[in-house]
Design a protein around this ligand. Structure first.
Ligand SMILES: Cc1cc2nc3c(=O)[nH]c(=O)nc-3n(C[C@H](O)[C@H](O)[C@H](O)COP(=O)(O)O)c2cc1C
Length: 160
């Protein structure tokens, strides 16, 4: 991350399958509330996505769907939120179709999609070591530039 910027990594592991009957009966799960508040408090959202069958993974879409409940809270969580999308995949296309599939979702939510850079990491099996560290210098540099571009964009926006 550039100096002065903080990356906070959040997990979707505790988010259950969306079920409208459950929502009506029990309200919004705690894990969903916490993640919504974390996004609302952040200056920007960096979504790092795999690609499953040439689209976004269902588990990730399920998480975003929960985060849009109740719908009246969408403007607080996503409205005008700078969003950057990145991804890595073992094949040669670096999640391009998954990244494209996310675009209408964030457009629907009124987010501020950043398109000043792209990060499509192909052949991911040759790029990371067993600890998840990037071993490929070119990919590391692409990531640095991508994040610096997004942080720069987030930083110059007027305070809301
Ligand atoms: C069901 C399934 C479908 C996948 N389909 C694609 C695909 O269409 N294109 C692609 O580049 N990678 C595909 N992958 C690989 C994923 O993008 C991803 O790199 C891999 O699953 C590791 O990430 P994960 O552990 O977060 O799922 C697929 C993986 C799974 C499990």
């Amino acid at each position: 991350m550039p100096d002065g910027a903080e990356l906070r990594i959040e997990s979707i592991a505790a988010i259950p399958l969306y079920n409208g009957d459950e929502e009506a009966a029990h309200g919004i799960p705690e894990a969903v509330k916490l993640l919504k508040d974390a996004i609302a408090a952040a200056d920007g959202l960096l979504l790092v996505t795999p690609e499953y069958n040439n689209s976004m993974p269902g588990v990730a879409k399920n998480a975003i769907d929960w985060l849009t409940r109740p719908a009246a809270d969408i403007p607080r969580v996503f409205g005008g939120k700078p969003v950057a999308i990145a991804g890595a995949s073992p094949g040669g296309f670096g999640t391009i179709l998954s990244q494209n599939a996310w675009l209408p979702v964030f457009r629907t939510l009124g987010a501020d999609l950043w398109s000043g850079g792209r990060l499509l990491v192909s052949r991911a099996g040759t790029v990371f070591d067993a600890n998840g560290e990037i071993t490929d210098a070119a990919v590391r540099e692409n990531l640095r530039k991508f994040v610096a571009g997004f942080v720069g964009y987030v930083s110059v926006r007027p305070a809301s």
